[in-house]
Design a protein around this ligand. Sequence first.
Ligand code: NAD
Length: 411
Amino acid sequence: MNALAATSRNFRQAARLLGLDSKLEKSLLIPFREIKVECTIPKDDGTLASFIGFRVQHDNARGPMKGGIRYHPEVDPDEVNALAQLMTWKTAVAAIPYGGAKGGIGCAPGELSTSELERLTRVFTQKIHDLIGTHTDVPAPDMGTNSQTMAWILDEYSKFHGHSPAVVTGKPLDLGGSLGRDAATGRGVMYATEALLAEHGKSISGSTFVIQGFGNVGSWAAQIIHENGGKVIALGDVTGSIRNKNGLDIPALMKHRNEGGALKDFHDAEVMDSSELLVHECDVLIPCALGGVLNRENAPDVKAKFIIEAANHPTDPEADEILAKKGVTILPDIYANSGGVIVSYFEWVQNIQGFMWDEEKVNMELHKYMNNSFQHIKAMCKSQDCNLRMGAFTLGVNRVARATLLRGWEA
Ligand SMILES: NC(=O)c1ccc[n+]([C@@H]2O[C@H](COP(=O)([O-])OP(=O)(O)OC[C@H]3O[C@@H](n4cnc5c(N)ncnc54)[C@H](O)[C@@H]3O)[C@@H](O)[C@H]2O)c1
C-alpha cells in the first residue's frame, strides 16, 4: 500500500470513528489544489536539465497551508499528496492555526552543485510564487532541503511581492529564522518520546535507542536524547550503519560527521549490516529517514518496545497490524515529528510580529505544545477506545471537520 492509500485509509477509519457524514468525509479528503511544474535550468557544464516540481495544497480550513519542500529522486505526486494530507491532520493535532500542503522536486540534490540547486530553487519559486504566500501557503524545509533553500525561495519570492519573511519558515537566523528551529523536529521527537515513556513508567535516561537517519531530524534527536542520558546503541544513514552496545558517543560522532567522515569510519563503533538496524535489540526505535521502511518483511522481527515515527509514514499498514499484535507501541508521525512545524509556526508568528524570542522561550513553548498534544491524543484514545495512531487522527480530523462545518464548506 502506498503512502497516499495508507494515509487515506487512516483518515477513513478516523472519519468512521467520529461518525462524519459521507459528504463531509469526501470534502476533507480532496486536495484544494495540485500543482505540477517543469523546471528547466542550465547545468554548470552549459547543458540543460529539466526537473518536475510539485506542490499539493490540501486544506486551509484552519489557516494558511503549511508543509515542507522535499528534494529527492523518488518524489512522486501520490507521495506528495499523502504528505500534504498528513500535514493537514498534523497541524490540527498540534493545535496550530494552519492547514496542510507539501511539495518537492524529483532530483538528487547530492548530484547537483550549489549553484545548480540555487537555479533550480529559483525557477521552482518563479513557477509557484502566485500560489504561495504568508497567508495562503507557507513552505518549509524537508528531506534534501535546508535553510539555504528557504533563503533562495524568500529572495526569489520577494522580487515579486516585496520583502516577505513569513512566506517560508526554517530560514537562516539572519533572514528571520527562529532560534531553535534547526533542532525543533528532533527536540520535539525527544519531548514526545519522554511523554510516552513516562506513561509507561520509563524514562529517556533508562532506555536504549536505535535511530535510522542521521540528517536534520535524526542527528538532533540523537544529540538531545544523548544529552538527556539516553543510550543510542545503533544508528544508520544511507551510507551504512554502526553500533556500540555501551552507547554511541554522539557528540564525537557529530564532530566526525561534520568533518566529512562517513558513519562506518567512526572509530568508536562496530559497522553493522543496515538490514539489521530496524530489527536491532533496543527499547525505542526511531526511524528518521524514508517512508515505508517498516513493512511486513521486517515487522515480525522488530524487537523494540516503542517506535517513534520521526520520519513521515515509516510504518506501512501491514507492519502496523503485525507490530500491534506483538505489543509494540507506535507513536504516530502526525504527532511525533510535529516539533518542526510547531517551531515553524513560532517563526511565522515572530516574523509577523517583528519580534524575536530567545531560544529558551522557543523550547519551553515547544515542550508545552508537545505535552498538550500528547494529553489530547490520550484523551481521544480513551473516548474512542483506539490506539495512538487513531487517537491522533481522530483528534486532527475532528478539529479540521469542526472548522470546515463552521465555515459552511461541507456542501
Ligand atoms: N526536517 C524536518 O523538520 C522534518 C519535519 C517532520 C518530518 N520530517 C521527516 O523526517 C524524515 C527525515 O527528514 P530530514 O529533514 O532529517 O532529512 P535529511 O535529508 O536531513 O536526512 C535524511 C537522512 O536519512 C538518511 N537516509 C536516506 N535514505 C536512507 C536509506 N535508504 N536508509 C537509511 N537512511 C537513509 C540520510 O542518509 C540522512 O541521514 C523525512 O521522512 C521527513 O519527511 C522532517
